[in-house]
Design a protein. Structure first.
Length: 264
């Protein structure tokens, strides 16, 4: 009976992980969310008895430690797979290139901090909190969701000069995953950073500015993927990511793996 814990599970890719994993009655799925009353994940849990919602904020060390303690009680002290999916961006600076980093210490900290809090700080806190459970699990796998926006070949090939803090945070996540792999290999624990693809996670009608931004990105990404049709669904992305996690072994531990779809 495999067990899974997913951060950032209230919507988008995280919720889709929960939905797909819960389809197998033998799986126990822990949905880690900031708001347990979030309608989407709450409805999903109500229709699947193998889903457990746990309140958790990966940017708050005490919150994620409390979540791990609750998870241990539910799972009997062991966990097979931990998926750190939590993600955050600062939309006020997302469109700016690096030349716009301000000459002010506090403003510069704010420029970079939002995505770093979830990808790097939160990635470490969440991994460390759940590590004792993973050590006792059978599968011993840890996956972090990253982005190809952190890869120089994508940045240079598509001419993407924006999303500076987001891309740097994801690059830091990739390095941190490799460091965990080096540390945890003697314990048989495998880690991976997965690029999920260019995924459409927006719910409801898209505002005109989002439609315009998506079209700009599509034209950029076509410079390196000429046949790209557009964004993929969360369902497509998660299906492929679960194949990556299932196939993860010691030889690929610590690496960054791209889905077969184009990664955004």
């Amino acid at each position: 009976m495999p067990s899974y814990a997913i951060t950032g599970a209230s919507k988008g890719i995280g919720r889709e992980f929960v939905r797909q994993l819960a389809q197998s009655p033998s799986n126990t799925v822990l949905a880690l969310v900031r708001d347990p009353e979030s309608p989407g994940i709450k409805a999903l849990a109500q229709s699947h008895s193998n889903i457990h919602i746990i309140k958790a904020d990966t940017t708050d060390p005490q919150s994620i430690l409390a979540a791990a303690e609750q998870a241990s009680s539910i799972l009997g002290g062991k966990l097979d797979v931990f998926i750190h999916n939590s993600n955050s961006v600062d939309l006020s600076t997302f469109s700016l290139p690096p030349s716009k980093v301000p000459f002010d210490v506090e403003a510069t900290r704010k420029f970079y901090e939002e995505p770093l809090k979830t990808a790097v700080y939160g990635g470490a806190w969440a991994t460390n909190a759940f590590l004792p459970l993973i050590e006792k699990g059978d599968l011993k796998k840890i996956a972090h969701i990253t982005s190809s926006m952190a890869q120089p070949e994508v940045i240079l090939g598509a001419g993407v000069d924006y999303a500076v803090a987001y891309s740097i945070a994801k690059a830091g996540l990739n390095v941190q995953v490799a460091k965990y792999a080096a540390e945890l290999a003697p314990k048989g624990i495998k880690t991976v950073a997965i690029c999920p693809g260019w995924v459409d996670t927006h719910e409801g009608p898209k505002p005109p500015q989002l439609v315009e931004a998506t079209e700009v990105m599509l034209n950029q990404f076509r410079k390196i993927e000429p046949d790209l049709k557009g964004q993929i669904t969360a369902e497509e992305s998660v299906s492929q990511q679960l194949r990556v996690i299932d196939a993860l072994d010691a030889a690929r531990s610590g690496t960054t793996i791209r889905a077969r779809f184009f990664e955004g």
